[in-house]
Design a protein around this ligand. Structure first.
Ligand code: AMP
Length: 216
């Protein structure tokens, strides 16, 4: 399958779309946010540094991100195609990534922008809660996936918690970062001829639009 880069503001549906593509096409899903969150809890000094940057909603340094990503792209499970979620975040990361692709002998694939309204994004982030035990995701503001009993997981009865970076302040910083640093990538990839847009307001629409691109 074609490799996919997803470009979208926080909570535009990158995670949901990736999950659907993993299930249907056996894609390997690589989220730099997940790689960083996992590194942040490894008990090292570096982990502590990453943890502070994540809590503040700041971008983590390129050096750290590239080290984690290169390690991940050397694993065997990416051979059937992989989805990059949350990377590249800046023009400089996009350029460095081109060099990494050449070095590792990998294809860029297609770059997909998920279009989603600002109000939808804010509600998805501020209302998002996750089950501490099974990881299921719910939302208390959007009306989609509302837990039946407040604070309790429908599936396993576990306690629902907020991710520490899912607050309004952090959302605003992350959205501003996106507009300033990530949105310029759109022109970069447009010039390369690898850029496509899909609508992120509903799951079904996202999937059908991306499938059309994959089968092109
Ligand atoms: P995400 O899960 O993609 O929303 O990312 C959560 C946080 O991880 C971001 O707010 C950044 O602090 C950090 N992060 C994720 N990907 C990158 C990246 N490519 N470069 C720098 N920081 C990143």
């Amino acid at each position: 399958m074609k490799n996919i880069i997803l470009i979208a503001p926080p909570a535009a549906g990158k995670g949901t779309l990736s999950e659907m593509l993993v299930e249907k096409y056996n894609y390997c899903h690589i989220s730099t946010g997940d790689l960083l969150r996992s590194a942040a809890t490894d008990g090292t000094d570096l982990g502590e540094k990453i943890s502070i940057m994540l809590k503040n909603g700041e971008l983590v340094t390129d050096e750290i991100v590239f080290e984690l990503l290169e390690r991940r792209l050397k694993e065997n499970d990416i051979q059937n195609g992989y989805i990059l979620d949350g990377f590249p975040r800046t023009l400089s990361q996009a350029k460095m990534y081109d060099e990494m692709l050449t070095k590792l002998g990998l294809d860029l694939g297609i770059v997909v922008v998920i279009d989603t309204k600002y109000e939808t994004l804010m509600k998805r982030i501020v209302g998002r809660v996750l089950c501490h035990d099974c990881g299921s995701v719910y939302n208390t503001l959007t009306g989609v996936n509302t837990p039946k009993v407040e604070g309790i997981c429908d599936k396993c009865g576990g306690k629902l918690e907020k991710r520490s970076d899912d607050n309004e302040e952090s959302f605003k910083t992350r959205f501003k970062n996106y507009e300033e640093k990530t949105a310029p990538l759109i022109d970069y990839y447009k010039e390369k001829g690898s850029l496509f847009f899909i609508n992120g307001e509903s799951k079904e629409q996202m999937l059908s639009e991306i499938e059309a691109l994959l089968h092109d």
